[in-house]
Design a protein around this ligand. Structure first.
Ligand code: HEC
Ligand code: HEC
Length: 415
């Protein structure tokens, strides 16, 4: 072990003080208090039908999702927040927040995307964990050659286990010409085992599955390296002086990674509100449902790892389940107004994965804003920003009577 830059008591004191300042002590209570009791059907609770063992995995995972990482455990060197539930927080752990992650890059001379890895891309991690004398010349900043800069708002993660188990083939079957100019494309990406998969997660469907998404968020946003994402992000690409490394790599041997995954995989989706029958019919007839596909069904066999590269179990609760997500999980060209310039696999700078609309009622209630960068405060503003492939459907919406428009918005807002 190398000598830490700080003595431990001072470090802990500072972390406690900052946490207390920021949250009025809430996180501290979370850390030391009894495990949160989560009712079966409430938001933030587990899926129905879990076995007692799966419920245990969910509870343990929930505590890990709320865990505040410390430098002694490997936090950083460059990171954004020290816990999953700081970004995924509203109104309960697994929810959304206004915290945005900034991605940057530039275009190569041949027009291809360059994520500026050598300069610390493509995620900007503004917080640096190393104090003097280990400092690396200040926090990570946008390099001058970053010509593309985009912010993505922290999304909700309710119901992610259901989405994770939608078969690739079901998504591919929808990547066809649907009429009204709608033609989605599946993002084809590599999963944690190097296999080609249909991207399920991320604003650009750039992540194959839930375990990979969990591992990459853990490393890129918290700085905890793990077996799936083992490489530390170097702040602006600078080499970390050897004396500043105090923790084994990877920081997590896969235990916490799998626990975070268990919380996500068993987390129930939001239960929709009363809806509006006319609005629901219009949602289909004018073409919203061509992209915001109301439902998929999960695979007939679902295996969940209990430990990393070890024992696994079958999960009946996740098999053959309807997933009423209101998304085809495909990429669509949304036009210049929404374009953020980021290229991820097959996703171009103006392509986005259709955002699942389930949980929208709680996102609207949070007031945190919707769309990938939180720019829209309500459904009408979100529809107005849709362009590109959605232009014909938006035209259909604009041609509706004010009453029909209000009904459609009422339906969507109830999800
Ligand atoms: C700094 C804020 C932040 C932290 C910390 C964070 N996330 Fe995220 N998370 C995001 C953002 C932003 C995205 C969307 C990324 C994108 O696609 O551009 C995201 C995406 C996700 C998704 C995919 C959601 C979807 O609809 O596709 C999951 C699942 C997820 N995070 C889980 C986690 C877990 C588990 C942790 C802790 C290990 C975590 N996150 C930590 C901000 C955060
Ligand atoms: C061509 C496919 C397509 C069509 C048609 C379409 N959408 Fe979307 N929708 C998307 C995509 C892709 C996004 C994500 C855009 C972003 O975040 O920049 C989105 C985002 C949204 C959001 C924001 C969700 C959130 O939480 O951020 C709402 C609300 C929405 N759409 C409603 C509608 C309604 C209502 C209609 C019909 C009038 C419609 N959409 C038609 C693809 C489509």
């Amino acid at each position: 072990m190398n000598t830490p830059c700080w003595t431990m008591p001072r470090r802990i004191l500072l972390i406690l003080a900052v946490a207390a300042l920021l949250t009025g002590g809430y996180w501290l209570l979370q850390e030391v208090g009894p495990p949160t009791v989560r009712a079966g059907t409430s938001l933030g609770g587990p899926l129905p039908g879990l076995t007692p063992f799966e419920l245990k995995l969910f509870d343990k995972g929930a505590a890990t999702f709320d865990h505040i990482w410390t430098r002694r455990q490997g936090l950083g060197p460059a990171y954004l927040e020290p816990a999953c539930n700081i970004c995924h927080s509203t109104p309960v752990s697994g929810g959304n927040s206004t915290i945005q992650v900034t991605f940057f890059g530039t275009l190569n001379s041949d027009g291809s995307f360059n994520s500026l890895l050598n300069e610390g891309g493509e995620v900007l991690q503004q917080v640096l964990q190393f104090p003097p004398p280990c400092n690396l010349g200040g926090n990570e900043v946008l390099p001058p050659d970053a010509t593309i800069v985009a912010s993505h708002q922290s999304p909700q993660t309710f119901g992610m286990g259901l989405i994770d188990n939608i078969p690739d083939a079901s998504i591919l079957a929808n990547a066809i010409d649907k009429g009204m100019e709608v033609h989605g494309v599946a993002n084809i990406v590599l999963d944690e085992n190097g296999n080609q998969r249909v991207g399920h997660f991320g604003y650009k469907a750039q992540l194959a599955d839930l375990l990979q998404t969990t591992a990459i968020d853990l490393q890129s946003f918290i700085g905890i390296t793990n077996p799936i994402s083992p490489t530390e992000d170097r702040p602006n690409g600078k080499v970390i002086p050897p004396g500043c490394r105090t923790v084994r790599e990877p920081n997590d041997d896969g235990t916490r990674m799998i626990e975070d995954f268990h919380f996500q995989v068993y987390l129930a989706p939001n239960a929709p509100g009363v809806g509006n029958a006319n609005g629901q019919a219009l949602f289909t007839s004018i073409g919203c449902a061509l992209c915001h596909l109301p439902t998929y069904t999960t695979a007939s066999s679902v295996i969940i790892p209990v430990v990393w590269q070890g024992r696994s179990i079958e999960s009946k609760a996740l098999e053959n389940q309807p997933v009423n997500l209101y998304s085809d999980l495909l990429l669509h060209d949304m036009g210049g107004v929404l374009a953020d310039g980021l290229v991820e696999g097959l996703a171009t700078g103006s392509d986005f994965r259709t955002t699942p609309l389930w949980g929208l009622s709680t996102r609207l209630a949070s007031g945190d804003g919707i769309l990938h960068d939180g720019r829209a405060k309500d459904v009408a503003a979100a529809i107005a920003a849709h362009g590109g492939e959605a232009a014909t459907v938006v035209g259909n919406f604009n041609a509706l009577s004010p009453q029909d428009q209000a009904d459609l918005i009422a339906f969507v807002s109830s999800l």
